[in-house]
Design a protein around this ligand. Sequence first.
Ligand SMILES: Nc1ncnc2c1ncn2[C@@H]1O[C@H](COP(=O)(O)OP(=O)(O)O)[C@@H](O)[C@H]1O
Ligand SMILES: [Mg+2]
Length: 265
Amino acid sequence: MLALMSIPPATKQTRGPAIQVQGLQKSYKQLHVLRGVDFEVARGSIFALLGSNGAGKTTIVKILSTLLKADTGAAQVNGFDVAAQAADVRESISLTGQFTAVDEILTGRENLVLVAKLRHLKDPQAIADDLLRRFSLTEAGNRRAATYSGGMRRRLDIAMSLIGNPPVIFLDEPTAGLDPQARIEVWQAVKNLAQSGTTVLLTTQYLDEAEQLADQIAILHQGRIIVTGTLAELKALLPPAEVEYVEKQPTLEDVFFAVVGHNQK
Ligand SMILES: Nc1ncnc2c1ncn2[C@@H]1O[C@H](COP(=O)(O)OP(=O)(O)O)[C@@H](O)[C@H]1O
Ligand SMILES: [Mg+2]
């Protein structure tokens, strides 16, 4: 977890899309990573930002979570401008990155209770119980996190980031480095999250992950969102000539390579 930021429930909530991004540009010295990124994320939906390694996914997440400033363009999260209202944005989000915030010495339950106490929330034990249950960690709750599998640890990490009920959660490559079984466990946890009304923006380089989870998929390539839509809309983009057999449904992978080109992932 890169940072932990959220608010108690029933705080400031605004209307409109959960996330809006307009013309975002960002360079690191000579490297022009974002060249005009635009997208919108509806409240309560799962939005997948799909792109190869180095495409700029983490850069976008950092800008949206106020850890990094864009060079030009604008973005609003939960109705708040990331540049002008950074504190409100930070209170509206949680961010879980590839590097987990889980303390291995503590049990799963103790990790959750600790975060709830740091947030000055009432009844940290009840909050921990609820999250352990929601993430299928009740039985493991009293074991040290050091004994957890990769999938359990990642689930605990996501559970910790939810304490305080942030309306928007960023998951930066939530299943990177996990084995297939653990990935499925994390996917289930993310699906449950969205069902409870949280808006999820996740980044991934895995086409199947976007396909499994996302209501909307945006493909980030060479600094721009080159396509965005539901899985069905993306599949419909595929030129009919590319579909060899009538009975063969194009996969998201077919669509991805059709739009970015086979040799320039
Ligand atoms: N702080 C930085 N300084 C210089 N280059 C960076 C920095 N952060 C990221 N980059 C470069 O910007 C590009 C996009 O990085 P990143 O947003 O991390 O991509 P992704 O998350 O999609 O893998 C990469 O080429 C990366 O090496
Ligand atoms: Mg990244």
